[in-house]
Design a protein. Structure first.
Lengths: 184, 207
């Protein structure tokens, strides 16, 4: 299957840009639905299949950058990069035998993450968005039935987030230090 | 039970066409040769269990081929695969629904300890935290031969158990009272309680 030519899409939506590796498009959350409607309808894309939806968690981090202070000396300036949740979509066109078209949407922060749902456009998004809600805590607005999919209803927190601390039920075996109470 | 002297006597009697045995021996012989498993699989170990029941390995040779679709008709629960925390209450419930006497085989690394998924947030670290296990089979997954070996080990165990005389009973499974094991409930992050202290306790470790 040949990949899509992303040139027409970036011409139509100039604010869309490729990620650092050049194989995915980073789309602002507010434009996601209009872009998806366009690639569904456009003769160049005809994306009839949403094959995969997944989530990625990015923790906030501090990076050091070279900078100049007020006297012109070069110093290292610490910069806070806020954390975010990224949702990755893989679209295919069975009609054109093309794909995948990878689209990434980044949330604003990691608390109360709200992103538009693609369930009205692709029925295959239903369970995958429920899974992302279950494991990463992304509230998909417009989803008809947003419930936990894998964990039980009364489960608290979102277990695939990087700062999730699993319960320590390895009562007697030394375990990795990211578990609570473990001292290995 | 039989002693070597008993066997000599019974051999001589058998030559004369007389069979002398105990009712306990007959019971245990019958039970050990018709262990009916509950038709219940959890993961890839279940595929090996199905292969064991098939014609190539043929569990029917040991009287254990009748997989019953209802726990009410099963004697043996083969816990074949990873027990997730979401599944664990259902496994305990199925075990509670089985009539006495009943036995459990923990098949594979996951059912014994959580196996390769042990550090997962959603994996129960061994089904023996909630129900008593008679035979553990290591392996990932165990070969059908290993499951057959576990069934033969279980048969040996059944044949040597004291099942009739009340004061000699080695296994509470032969008692008149039905044992009901508490079913864990879902909590915020883990099951509550995390294990049944009547069945399992963390081994004491001195560091």
């Amino acid at each position: 299957m040949k990949p899509f030519d992303i040139q027409p899409l970036t011409q139509r939506f100039p604010f869309v840009h490729a990620d650092a590796f050049g194989n995915a498009l980073i789309v602002p959350a507010k434009n996601l639905v209009s872009i998806v409607e366009w690639i569904q309808a456009s003769r160049l894309y005809l994306c009839d299949t949403l094959s995969n939806v997944t989530g990625v968690d990015f923790l906030p981090k501090v990076i050091e950058e070279e900078g100049k202070d007020s006297e012109g000396n070069s110093v290292k300036i610490k910069k806070n990069i806020p954390g975010y949740i990224e949702v990755v979509y893989h679209f295919y066109s069975i009609e054109l035998k093309r794909g995948p078209l990878t689209i990434k949407v980044r949330s604003n922060g990691r608390d109360n993450v709200r992103l538009p749902s693609l369930m009205p456009h692709y029925r295959s998004a239903e369970f995958q968005e429920r899974e992302i809600f279950d494991l990463y805590g992304v509230y998909f607005e417009g989803h008809y039935d947003l419930r936990r999919l894998l964990m039980w209803e009364s489960f608290e927190d979102f277990p695939m987030r990087k700062d999730y601390v699993p319960p320590n039920d390895n009562e007697y075996e030394p375990i990795a230090s990211r578990h609570s109470g473990g001292d290995a | 039970m039989h002693t070597p002297q008993d066997d000599v006597t019974s051999d001589e009697l058998e030559k004369a066409g007389v069979l002398v045995t105990s009712i306990e021996f007959i019971y245990n012989w019958g039970r050990s040769n018709s262990v009916w498993p509950v038709q219940f699989g959890l993961a890839c170990c279940a595929i090996e269990m199905i292969a064991t029941a098939g014609s190539r390995y043929d569990m029917a040779r040991f009287g254990a081929e009748v997989f019953r679709p209802s726990p009410r008709q099963g004697d043996l629960l083969i816990v074949s695969g990873t027990v997730t925390k979401k599944m664990a209450p259902q496994v305990v419930r199925i075990y509670n629904q089985m009539p006495e006497p009943k036995w459990v085989i923990a098949m594979g690394a996951c059912a014994i300890s959580g196996g390769p998924f042990k550090n997962g947030y959603n994996v129960l670290k061994g089904i023996d935290r909630y129900i008593p296990v008679d035979v553990h089979i290591p392996g990932c997954p165990p070969r059908p031969e290993a499951l057959i070996h576990a069934i033969m080990t279980l048969q040996d165990k059944i044949r040597t158990e004291r099942s009739i005389v009340e004061k000699d009973r080695s296994n509470p499974a032969y008692g008149k009272t039905s044992r009901e094991f508490p079913v864990p409930v879902y909590d915020g992050h883990d099951l509550k309680p995390p294990f049944n202290p009547d069945v399992w306790k963390p081994p004491s470790m001195t560091v």
